[in-house]
Design a protein around this ligand. Structure first.
Ligand SMILES: [Zn+2]
Length: 345
């Protein structure tokens, strides 16, 4: 039995503010994590109602119900000595393409899984460098059509790169790509107001990716002629964003900020929930629901992405469990269990 500096009296329905004021023993990083998660969940609740309403209006009543319910209870575990806080359980809806909370959780898991694998690969293959690339197609009102053009064009680049690896033939700017991961994202174009699907890719490249060659190849694949593609490039939003190699080679336990930025950009969301009205989120979901938005290949193939809930730590650590419930428009703490060590769990 361990003694912990938390009393369990009077926590029923306590607000988060009051909890943090009265029990300021939760250290900085644990507290930051807790607050960040609760903020995301709170945003998710608000947006969830709008998305659910839209879904119900189009005959998706059950799905709407799941989204409204998502995150209405959250179970955190705070490891006191380590000041490590984890979201162990929640009633997640797991609708990553519709739900802010589940989308954010999944994005975070993708970032950490791929970062880890990428560091391993870069550590063992000295010839490879990490590149960050975004490819777009011209905005358009028909999302199905625009998305298909994007999806197919990127597929051809991958086929060419695979053919070259296997058979040693074929001319493509992607011949130097030994593997990578790509993630599709859909939003409304800033200037155009119509759909703007694009693909973020993190590539492991042997040598240099030939920018000019890739632009020409991509323009042909998406059916945009070179002249207008280059013109559009300077015109923002209709061409390419070519980010080039990112950061330094990540060493063990040390990752450059630009690398993290590239990973976040790649995986964070498949749709920008904050910027899009519920109607757009549901429209995008209809097009994307059966499509695989994140895919890896080559030396990055087969990365396993863990579940969106955090794992409990194994070992003998002191912990305190915090249970939050969504109640009348805010999260309230309704139970604190500070009786635990991992051994007794
Ligand atoms: Zn959810």
């Amino acid at each position: 039995m361990v003694s912990l500096p938390y009393d369990e009296a009077g926590v029923n329905g306590e607000s988060l503010t009051s909890f943090l004021r009265n029990r300021n023993k939760v250290g900085t990083s644990g507290r930051e994590y807790l607050i960040r998660m609760l903020q995301v969940a709170e945003r998710s609740k608000v947006k969830g109602y709008e998305v659910a309403e839209e879904l119900v209006g189009t005959g998706q009543r059950r799905r709407g119900g799941k989204i409204v319910d998502c995150g209405s209870y959250l179970h955190f575990r705070h490891y006191v000595g380590l000041d490590d806080c984890r979201l162990l359980r929640a009633n997640f809806c797991r609708e990553y393409k519709l739900c802010v909370l589940c989308g954010a959780r999944r994005g975070g898991r993708l970032v950490s899984s791929y970062l880890e694998r990428m560091s391993e690969v870069l550590g063992s293959r000295a010839n490879l460098r990490l590149w960050n690339l975004t490819l777009t197609v011209r905005d358009g009102p028909d999302l199905v059509e625009r998305f298909s053009v994007l999806e197919n064009a990127f597929g051809v680049l991958l086929d060419r790169s695979r053919d070259y690896r296997k058979k040693g033939r074929g001319a493509s700017a992607f011949n130097v790509v030994h593997g990578g991961v790509r993630s599709f994202e859909v939003k409304r174009g800033k200037g155009s107001g119509v759909w703007h699907p694009h693909v973020h890719a993190l590539l492991l490249v042997d040598g240099e990716l030939d920018r000019e060659r890739l632009l020409r190849e991509w323009a042909l694949l998406v059916g945009q002629d070179e002249g207008s593609t280059y013109a559009a490039h300077t015109n923002r939003g209709h061409g390419f964003k070519f980010c080039g190699p990112v950061g330094l080679r990540p060493r063990r336990g040390e990752v450059d900020a630009s690398v993290i930025g590239a990973f976040l950009e790649c995986f964070k969301y498949c749709v920008k929930f904050g910027d899009m009205p519920a109607m757009d989120i549901v429209s995008a979901w209809r097009v994307l629901r059966f499509r695989r938005l994140v895919q890896s290949w080559g030396v990055l193939w087969g990365v396993e992405v863990p579940d969106i809930a955090d794992e409990a730590l194994e070992g003998d650590y002191e912990w305190m469990d915090l249970f939050f419930r969504w109640c009348r428009g805010e999260y309230r703490l309704f139970e604190v269990d500070s009786s635990g060590t991992s051994e007794s769990a």
